[in-house]
Design a protein around this ligand. Structure first.
Ligand code: SAM
Length: 291
């Protein structure tokens, strides 16, 4: 049997054979550590029934491990230069489908219908390109895909922000956006040395378990997310001051104060101290008061 793709030796061999050069602009940092890959598979909870979706298979380091453990793998890769490489490295796995597409443009719901069995449990697993981590994850969440979890290697700081709890340094509108859709947990931190080439930042494995029901009732989701973002516009300012700009003279000072009082939330608090429930209460109340 062959050596795993995720080794320095095999990776260098493939680079040479195909004259492949990494594109920094595509976030190409390939994994060269099989142990890390096995941990990702374990955190993701992949078994022989799982349908797996991967974003950015690269040379197939993670794809190979997914292929070994899952029922079927569908991988989206934007870089056409990698297609002949993947054809060779994954030749032993006919249940792997590589789609040459930008994940941000992909109709993932449609692909799922075409590629997986009805009612198959589907999980997303990826070592994401760092330059578009947040857009990719937000797209996957907002597309409301029939997947049960997303397990991804991303920049450590971004993972911390996505999983952060109130009144911590990392907590912000991104924490609330991600946690509205999922239970978010940083599974482990990973050193730069497991990548080729090494990135400038440390990484973490982030595990997102999708919620079956939204955690809070929202009158209007778009309004809520805009409201939350405005509440964090200037971190050192009070909620009252940040929101004044958002309301843009729509309400008088007294009207704003009466909503804070009705919601039993002190307007002199900072956004970073509010829970998602408190944000929902406030945003819903202001939303009803518009017009
Ligand atoms: N999975 C491989 C590994 O772990 O060794 C490669 C991971 S590398 C961090 C990110 C991969 O995503 C690259 O192969 C890159 O070409 C691909 N990629 C970048 N932008 C993409 C996009 N918008 N859609 C799909 N794939 C993308």
């Amino acid at each position: 049997t062959n050596k795993a793709i995720a080794t320095i030796g095999r990776t260098k061999e493939i680079l040479e054979k195909y004259g492949f050069s990494f594109k920094k602009s595509l976030g190409q940092n390939f994994l060269i550590d099989v142990n890390i890959l096995k941990k990702i598979i374990t955190y993701a909870g992949i078994d022989q029934h799982t349908g797996a979706i991967e974003i950015g298979p690269g040379m197939g380091a993670l794809t190979e491990q997914l292929a070994i453990h899952a029922d079927k793998v569908v991988a989206f890769e934007i870089d056409q230069r990698l297609l002949p490489i993947l054809q060779e490295t994954l030749a032993a796995y006919p249940h792997v489908e590589v789609i040459n597409q930008d994940i941000l443009q992909a109709e993932v719901n449609q692909v799922i219908k075409e590629q997986f069995r009805e009612n198959q449990e589907i999980k997303i697993v990826a070592n994401l390109p760092y330059y578009i981590t947040t857009p990719i994850l937000m797209k996957l969440l907002m597309d409301r895909l029939p997947v049960t979890s997303i397990t991804v290697m991303i920049q450590k700081e971004v993972a911390d922000r996505m999983a952060a709890t109130p009144s911590t340094k990392s907590y912000g509108s991104l924490s609330i956006a991600v946690q509205y859709y999922t239970y978010a947990k940083v599974a482990m931190t990973v050193p730069k040395t497991v990548f080729m080439p090494q990135p400038n930042v440390d990484s973490s494995i982030l595990h997102l378990q999708l919620r079956k029901e939204p955690p809070v009732y929202l009158e209007n989701e778009t309004y809520f997310f805009d409201f939350v973002q405005a509440s964090f516009a200037q971190r050192r300012k009070t909620l009252r001051n940040n929101l004044a700009r958002f309301f843009n003279n729509q309400f008088s000072k007294d009207e704003i104060e009466s909503v804070f009082i009705a919601c039993e939330i002190d307007g002199t608090r900072r956004g970073e101290s509010l829970t998602m429930e408190e944000f929902a209460t406030l945003a819903n109340q202001f939303y009803r008061k518009r017009n």
